[in-house]
Design a protein around this ligand. Structure first.
Ligand code: ZN
Length: 472
């Protein structure tokens, strides 16, 4: 099926994009070193369409470790699992780099309408949420359709009440509404706290109509003591909106009993494919090892660490590449990135010439966004040409990487984003339903094929990989 689809794509259409590709192919053929790297990348890409390595990692990690909340004993078990698996795969320099971080853990969680229509609602605490008394707190609910309405509200309208913010993130291929509506989860709790709210519940930042609320962290503003903060599932959020629309005074009892455990150890797991030319710089890729506690973190982000490690392994198996490929399985991404901060602080002096991150599930890659200096446009063209047969088109926005490697891109390091289809991703993201069955093995293999081709081309590029901006 997949092969037939590839042929159809190549056979159909010969627009301006395809002309550029042909040009890239002609340029590659006229320089034997480039042609050689392109030929090898294509061979590796095609054999990766039968990959089993990524599935074995994602299946093993989600089954043998399960949920991996940052800074907990489960995340430590995940690091042990990762060390053993990466060593067994034959990577070099496999080790953990530790750091300390404040740890928050979930407690009991209950929400119920006391009046006018008594009933339970399904809620989960947002990361860093404050706690209610053990028996819960009961207060009047004040509803806001948008974050802007909450911001504009006088303190008197909010003080002592349970704030409810509803909003309507919808599914998009690029997942962009997660950024657009994200502040409702990240900043609304602190805004409500500053206005004197007793607690806050939001409509989950997600798209799936099931009664699973979506967890996720918040950003606690300076000087704010977190108030109890929870997310309602989408159907429960709709229900609360309908109840509020009846115009009667609505009272809710909210019970959230999370705890702060203080500073605990977390860590990043590192492994390498050793390159032959230490002067050529390091290619840094990865995803994150931690997950939210409700599901088993299959799409977020066992898939990402599996895809990148499988691709690196396949490049390694084809012979020593020119550049070292370094894989990092970051810890503690979900709680605001102390793992990526620690990594950047410890390694910013190294010659890291390229970064790329996989942290958006396991559905097929549809777009590649290059982020190279103008001097490396030929390399971008070779990557584009190698990915086109997988149904991956070149986008116009520059690469940004993600939460764990984005700071490197901001600092001027070259990057490529291999953008996965996010249409289904936010149905399950951060819910109890982020489980292995949501991963389609065929789409996972397409990811590995794309990553293998890109990594092979970048690690073996005969030319130097330049910074986009001079080093700071
Ligand atoms: Zn993630």
């Amino acid at each position: 099926m997949r092969r037939r689809r590839i042929v159809t794509r190549l056979g159909s259409g010969y627009g301006p994009g395809m002309k550029k590709l042909v040009l890239a192919a002609v340029v590659a053929l006229s320089f034997p070193a480039f042609a050689q790297t392109s030929n090898q990348a294509e061979r590796l890409r095609d054999s990766a369409l039968n990959d089993e390595i990524a599935w074995d990692i994602v299946e093993g990690l989600t089954t043998e470790v399960g949920p991996r909340p940052a800074g907990t004993e489960a995340e430590a078990r995940a690091r042990d699992w990762a060390l053993a698996r990466l060593k067994a795969l034959g990577f070099a320099n496999v080790h953990v780099e530790t750091y300390d971080m404040p740890v928050w853990v979930r407690g009991e969680e209950r929400a119920e309408i006391v009046a006018p229509f008594p009933q339970r609602l399904v809620v989960t605490a947002l990361g860093k949420s404050g706690a209610t008394p053990a028996g819960g707190l009961t207060a009047e609910v004040v509803g806001f359709d948008t974050l802007a309405e909450l911001e504009a509200a006088p303190d008197a309208a909010v003080k002592g009440r349970i704030v409810f913010v509803s909003h309507g993130m919808t599914a998009t291929q690029d997942g962009s509404q997660y950024s657009y509506y994200g502040p409702v989860r990240r900043t609304a709790p602190s805004i409500a706290a500053r206005k004197g709210a007793a607690a806050i519940v939001i409509r989950s930042l997600g798209t799936g109509y099931h009664r699973n609320p979506h967890a996720g962290t918040q950003t606690v503003a300076a000087g704010v003591t977190p108030i109890p903060a929870g997310a309602l599932s989408l159907p429960d959020s709709d229900q609360l909106q309908r109840i509020l629309k009846r115009g009667k005074k609505v009272t809710m009892r909210l019970t959230l009993t999370p705890r702060n455990l203080g500073l605990r150890q977390s860590g990043n797991v590192v492994a390498e494919v050793r390159g032959s030319d230490p002067q050529a710089g390091i290619v840094l890729v990865g995803g994150h090892l931690d997950s939210w506690d409700l599901g088993t973190g299959a799409i977020d982000d066992a898939a990402g660490v599996a895809i990148t490690a499988a691709a690196a392994k396949r490049v390694m198996a084809a012979g020593r590449p020119r550049r070292t490929i370094r894989i990092v399985w970051f810890g503690a991404e979900e709680v605001g990135g102390p793992g990526s901060d620690a990594y950047l602080a410890a390694h910013k002096g190294e010659k890291i010439v390229f970064v790329s991150e996989s942290d958006f599930g396991a559905d097929r890659i549809w777009q590649m966004k290059p982020g190279f200096a103008a001097a490396n446009s030929a390399l971008a063209g070779r990557i584009e040409a190698a990915l086109a047969p997988l149904g991956i088109g070149r986008g116009t926005d520059p690469a940004e990487a993600g939460a764990d490697l984005g700071d490197w891109v901001k600092a001027g390091v070259a990057a490529v984003d291999l953008q996965q289809d996010g249409t289904r991703y936010f149905d399950w993201h951060h819910t109890p339903d982020d489980t292995l069955d949501k991963i389609d093995p065929g789409q996972l293999r397409q990811n590995v094929a794309a990553w293998t081709a890109m990594l092979s081309l970048v690690a073996n590029a005969p030319e130097e990989i330049e910074r986009k901006t001079p080093a700071p």
